[in-house]
Each structure stands twice: as structure tokens, then as C-alpha cells.
Design a protein around this ligand. Structure first.
Ligand code: FCB
Length: 465
């Protein structure tokens, strides 16, 4: 595996970000909370998926994870000590409504009350995601996202959460990465619920999008003050060559990843070429659905990790290119973030963008109580620079969140892949700030200092007469 070859490359230079720019970290319920059977939590599709043989690389599960359910206060202290402005977290639906329908679990709701109040007390903005993949098993038993009734259950859940927390959370995102839930969850089946059926997958995607639009309308109708949006995983899709076959495949993959989700939300239609590509596997759409999906949003969350290189040759592999790879085998390609953001701004009438996830897994080593993860620092710094390049080209971006605060349960990769800027010793649950966390802290601090200095410069009383 080729990692960052040139660790001595300098950290890029930044010009000052807008004074109200938000710097944060992100995490999700299933990946960190643990306490899977405590506090009245019901099972989710990820609890079930972990039980399937070979589903998770290291055979692990989310039963304990980072034990954030119990350690949340000291975890929030870490965010505070890093001087960050925001924390993006998700609510575990089955913790607040064990079956996904029917009775609510007050103990679960109270956990998020404490978490949100704890953030506010520390001056950290809470940003909430409703669905970060952990659908309650009770709903999967009724067909999961394939069943149109799940849409109504999701809207009821969204209303409950917004009624309870909407006075305190800055933003509410309906779904995290519907492409992943659609394709990895239902077409390739490498993620929960592990279904391998393209027609099912596309129906799921439609229901995710529909539930997003209906939830936005319901929350607005009930007077929710939080900013409302969705989080997509997006990437430029580059053919590996100019051959007609590679170019055509890249266009289809771009359609399936980006246009399949962006077009309905911003143009009220599915892309025609992908509908034709899917043929009979295209979803069943009812009258009025597309207009509902296109309900306006206050922000668009973008998760960016890498570009995608596409080849029509099944034997082609990214490894043969010799490019820089992270521990996930994903190419390090910061300039793809600029390209993506500029394109979104050009092709769609988008609301302000939030970079809701960006980060990298590297094989961290703890030496003498320190983790010298120069690769991760470079990765984050180079992506912040790429984001700033897009801002200079007119893209409105309001926040940036590192994925992730803590090393955590990385889905089918289990605990083997570490994305945190904070190292977790899973034996002891001890947290250790990696060098990347220290760099991020200093970077955010330097931005604050620049702000203070420049605001003083605008204070005329300070000007030398
Ligand atoms: C994203 C997920 C997040 C995390 C990162 C590495 O696709 O939203 O939960 O696993 O990838």
C-alpha cells in the first residue's frame, strides 16, 4: 500500500476564513455509542448485520464501541478543549423508539437531551442527523426502506425529534448518505441490511428521498427553527482513460452517485439516462412524489473522501496506479473536493454547503503515548485548502467537520480502520489526542486570532490618529 510518500511536504497556507465559519467534528450513533442493550434501546439493522458470518472484517459489533453512551461528558470536554465550534452527531432511532414505530423511550430521549445541553453548555453547536443508517430492526421486519410505510414512520420520528430538540439544535439532516444505504445496503449488500437486489435498492432510494422531502415539510409545518437539509456522499467520477467504454461507464456511475440524488432534490426529476440504464429496476414513483422530494433545503451537507476512478475493465485496480492511498484503499485526492463543489454550484441552485464529513483512516501507531499521524494532518489541511479554493470561486460554504472525533466502528471494516483525530484504546476506553487533533486545534485557534485581529483593525477607535 502506498501511503503519503512525502510526509515532509509543508502544510498549505490559508487566507482567513469568514468570521462566522464553523469548524467541527462528526460522529454517528452506531459507531460510537455502544450500550446497545442498555437504556431501553431496541436493535437496529446494524446489530443484526454484525451477527451475519463474515459481514464485519474483524467479526466485531457495536455493543460497546467507544462507550460514548457513558463517556459522552468527557468526549464533549475533548471537543471543548480542542476549541471547536460544532459537533455533528446522529440519533439512534431505536434508542428513542425501540421498534421504529409505537412507543417512545423516554430514557433514550433523555440521553440526547443531556448530550445537546452538554454541548450548549460548552459553547459547541449541536448538529443532528436523524438517520445515519441504523434503521430499527422492527421496521426492517416490515420490509425496511423498501416498504413505503417506512416513510411515514420516519416522518413521525422526525417530528418527535424536532419537537423535542429543535429549539436547541442548529441543524437537522434527514439522512446520511442515501447512496450508501441504497447501493451498499441493498444492491451489493456489503452493508446492512445486506440485501442484493437492484430493483429493491432503487425503490429504497426513492423512499429515502421521499421521506426526506416529507420530513422537511412536516418540520417546517410544526415551526421547527433548525436549519434543515440532507447529507450526501459525493465525488468527481473520472474515467481512467479516454476510451469510449471508460467514459460511458464514468457517466453512468456519476449519474448513479450524484445526479440520482441531486436531480430529484433540485430539479424534481430522476436523470433520464439512469432511468434508461435501470430499465425495469427503476423505482415506482407516485404522483406528486418528485415535487415533494424537491422541497427546498436550508443547507446541503457534503461528505467527501476521494474522487472515484472508473474503468470498464473488471481487472483494473486503483493499486496499480501507484497513487497515494489511505488505509481504506481510497485515493488521496484533495483537488477533487474543489472540482466537486464548483460543479455543484454550477449545475444546481444549491443552498449553502456544509462539509459534513472529511477525513482519513491511516494505520496509526501509539509510540510513547503519542500518535504521530502526519498523514492525517496533511490530508485534513490539504482538503481544507481545497475547500477554500472552491470558496474563492464563489461556492458558499458555512462549515467543515472532520470525520471523526474518535476512532470508531467503521462499519464492515470493524475497528481495524481508524478515522479519529483522537485515538481510542478499546481495551481501556482511554482517549489520546493524535497529532492531527493538536494541529486542528491550533489551526482553528489561528483562525480565531486572525478574526480578532481583523475585527480590531475595523474598530476605528484603535486606529492611530
Ligand atoms: C462515511 C460515513 C461515516 C464513516 C465514513 C468513513 O461514508 O458516513 O459513517 O464511516 O464514511
Amino acid at each position: 500500500m502506498t501511503l503519503y510518500m512525502n510526509l515532509s511536504q509543508p502544510i498549505p497556507n490559508f487566507t482567513p476564513f469568514p468570521a462566522d465559519f464553523i469548524w467541527g467534528v462528526a460522529a454517528s450513533s452506531f459507531q460510537i455509542e455502544g450500550a446497545a442493550k442498555q437504556g431501553g434501546r431496541g436493535p437496529s439493522i446494524w446489530d443484526d448485520f454484525c451477527k451475519q458470518p463474515e459481514a464485519i472484517a474483524d467479526g466485531s459489533n457495536g455493543d460497546v464501541a467507544c462507550d460514548h453512551y457513558h463517556l459522552w461528558e468527557s468526549d464533549l470536554d475533548i471537543i471543548f478543549d480542542l476549541g471547536l465550534n460544532a459537533y455533528r452527531f446522529s440519533v439512534a432511532w431505536s434508542r428513542v423508539q425501540p421498534e421504529g414505530f409505537g412507543a417512545w423511550n423516554e430514557e433514550g430521549l433523555a440521553f440526547y437531551d443531556r448530550l445537546i445541553d452538554g454541548l450548549i453548555k460548552r459553547g459547541i453547536q449541536p448538529h443532528l442527523t436523524l438517520n445515519h443508517w441504523d434503521l430499527p430492526s422492527g421496521l426492517q421486519a416490515k420490509g425496511g426502506w423498501k416498504n413505503r410505510e417506512t416513510v411515514d414512520h420516519f416522518v413521525a420520528y422526525a417530528k418527535k425529534i424536532a419537537a423535542r430538540f429543535g429549539d436547541r439544535v442548529i441543524s437537522i439532516a434527514t439522512h446520511n448518505e442515501p447512496w450508501v444505504q441504497t447501493i451498499l445496503g441493498h444492491e451489493t449488500g456489503i452493508f446492512a441490511p445486506g440485501i442484493k437486489n437492484r430493483a429493491t435498492a432503487m425503490q429504497v432510494s426513492h423512499h429515502l428521498l421521499l421521506s426526506h422531502g416529507l420530513a422537511l415539510q412536516a418540520l417546517r409545518a410544526q415551526g421547527c427553527k433548525s436549519q434543515l437539509g440532507i447529507v450526501l456522499n459525493l465525488a468527481p467520477m473520472h474515467p481512467v482513460s479516454n476510451s469510449a467504454a471508460d467514459v460511458a461507464k464514468a457517466k453512468i456511475e456519476d449519474g448513479r452517485l450524484l445526479r440520482w440524488f441531486m436531480d430529484p432534490m433540485f430539479k424534481a426529476c430522476y436523470p433520464q439516462d439512469i432511468l434508461e440504464f435501470l430499465g425495469d429496476d427503476a423505482p415506482k414513483v407516485q404522483a406528486g412524489d418528485m415535487q415533494t422530494i424537491a422541497t427546498s433545503m436550508d443547507f446541503l451537507g457534503v461528505n467527501y473522501y476521494s474522487r472515484s476512478l472508473v474503468s470498464s475493465d473488471p481487472d483494473w485496480s486503483l493499486k496499480q496506479t501507484g497513487c497515494e492511498l489511505t488505509d481504506m484503499g481510497w485515493e488521496v485526492y484533495p483537488q477533487g473536493l474543489t472540482e466537486l463543489l464548483v460543479r455543484l454550484n454550477r449545475d444546481y441552485k444549491i443552498p449553502p454547503i456544509s462539509i459534513t464529513e472529511n477525513g482519513a483512516a491511516f494505520p496509526d501507531q501509539m509510540t510513547h503515548g503519542r500518535v504521530h499521524d502526519r498523514e492525517r494532518t496533511l490530508y485534513i489541511a490539504n482538503h481544507i485548502a481545497a475547500m477554500q479554493a472552491a470558496m474563492k470561486q464563489g461556492v458558499v460554504i458555512t462549515s467543515y467537520m472532520v470525520w471523526s472525533l474518535l476512532d470508531n466502528f467503521e462499519w464492515a471494516s470493524g475497528y481495524a480502520k481508524r478515522f479519529g483525530i483522537v485515538y481510542v484504546d478499546y481495551e481501556t476506553q482511554k482517549r489520546v489526542l493524535k497529532d492531527s487533533a493538536l494541529w486542528y486545534r491550533d489551526f482553528v485557534q489561528s483562525q480565531k486570532i486572525i478574526r480578532e485581529v481583523s475585527s480590531h483593525l475595523h474598530d476605528k477607535s484603535l486606529l492611530v490618529k
